[in-house]
Design a protein around this ligand. Structure first.
Ligand SMILES: C[S@@+](CC[C@H](N)C(=O)[O-])C[C@H]1O[C@@H](n2cnc3c(N)ncnc32)[C@H](O)[C@@H]1O
Length: 247
């Protein structure tokens, strides 16, 4: 990974406070009900600061979660270390081997877009397949091509939250289908003195057709794509797509 999710990890939850992870958890539970799955052992890839993991841990699922960023995991650890049914690991989605199979593998909040090479994404999907029990379910979402190209790409966002001021400058490369984000943060404890730090993030835009094809190549069956948080077909302006695939 490039310089991402380092110091940003410490303010991630504050900046994500408009995301309702409990709703996301409910959506995943609805998926379990819809497809008659009763998973007990779950693997969550790129768990970040553990915002979704918290609900699975709270409700007694046996959860293994991992992330490539030490800093994100250290925040997750603070939130989750009191649960005995959770294991947290520092691993990369492209190269992990847990020697164990799960009923369900999850990855949320566009973490899959961070796999910017298509061949690597196939490796990730194959790896997930190898870590799933027969009849297991794989659930993940991506930022849509439409969102990365037209909403985030070639746009600058500035937000002033008083103690955190940040800019988010984004460029979309049409040839590579890559969106580069340049983030600059200014943080203050007293509203007078600010410290600055910078990060670069990079997400690849994948079409739903590309994702479904890669899932099929990796061995999955019945790949489905929905407008995230619904069971509706996505449209040309859908911003987040949710995929469900079965072993
Ligand atoms: C947008 S955050 C989402 C975090 C978390 N899933 C959430 O919902 O808040 C993307 C996460 O993906 C992680 N990540 C990016 N590339 C990764 C990789 N190759 N392997 C594991 N984690 C990765 C980052 O460290 C970061 O925590």
């Amino acid at each position: 990974m490039i310089n991402s999710y380092n110091k940003f990890a410490y303010i991630y939850d504050e900046l994500m406070n408009d995301f309702d992870y409990q709703d996301w958890y409910r959506y995943i539970e609805e998926i379990f009900i819809r497809y008659k799955k009763e998973p007990k052992e779950i693997l969550e890839m790129a768990c970040g600061t553990g915002n979704l993991s918290y609900y699975f841990a709270r409700d007694g699922y046996k959860l293994t979660c991992f992330d490539a960023s030490h800093e994100m995991l250290s925040m997750a650890y603070k939130k989750l270390n009191r649960f005995k049914n959770i294991k947290m690991l520092n691993l990369d989605m492209i190269d992990f081997n847990l020697n164990k199979k799960f009923d369900c593998v999850l990855s949320i909040c566009d973490s899959i877009n961070y796999i910017t090479d298509k061949d690597d994404l196939l490796i990730v999907f194959k790896n997930v397949w190898n870590h799933m029990k027969d009849d297991g379910v794989f659930i993940f979402d991506i930022n849509s091509e439409y969102k990365l190209k037209n909403i985030i790409g070639n746009n600058t966002f500035i937000e002033d939250r008083g103690d955190i001021y940040y800019s988010w400058e984004n460029y979309f490369d049409e040839e590579e289908n890559i969106c580069d984000f340049y983030l600059t943060f200014f943080l203050s404890e007293d509203g007078i003195n600010f410290i600055r730090f910078d990060e670069e993030h990079r997400e690849r835009a994948y079409s739903s057709i590309e994702i479904l094809e890669l899932l099929r190549k990796a061995g999955f069956k019945g790949g489905e794509c929905f407008e995230c948080f619904t069971f509706e077909e996505p449209n040309a302006r859908s911003e987040r797509l949710n995929f469900i695939a079965f072993k």
